[in-house]
Design a protein around this ligand. Sequence first.
Ligand code: 5GP
Ligand code: ZN
Length: 115
Amino acid sequence: MTDCLFCRIVAGELPATVVLDTEHLFAFRDISPQAPTHVIIVPKAHYANAVELAQAAPALTGELIAAAGDVAKQDGIDSYRLVFNTGADAGQTVFHAHLHVIGGKPLGPSGLDLH
Ligand code: 5GP
Ligand code: ZN
């Protein structure tokens, strides 16, 4: 048993609205969507963040990003923002690497909230 929220979702221990389930990847709708499409894609294996994932498993990282295209196609959108929050000060709250796929409405020029 793990205390990682996304490992628990991948394991089916916590409910989620699943949009993709492949050999290496799992995708589900964000519980607090910021746009009509807001999907989280995770590797089934645990890595703390996107950079650790990319350093340890570059092919899997490519698979993860490519899966965003499948999610977007499934939701019928062709414009979307891909976000990897990395580190607490950047807004990362779940320390299991994940890609946000956000779209389905005009998102504005950057979406970056830099103060
Ligand atoms: P982060 O802030 O770490 O980049 O993204 C974590 C995301 O996970 C947030 O957008 C948050 O709304 C989402 N989230 C947190 N807890 C849950 C949950 O239990 N289920 C789902 N589906 N999403 C969650
Ligand atoms: Zn995990």
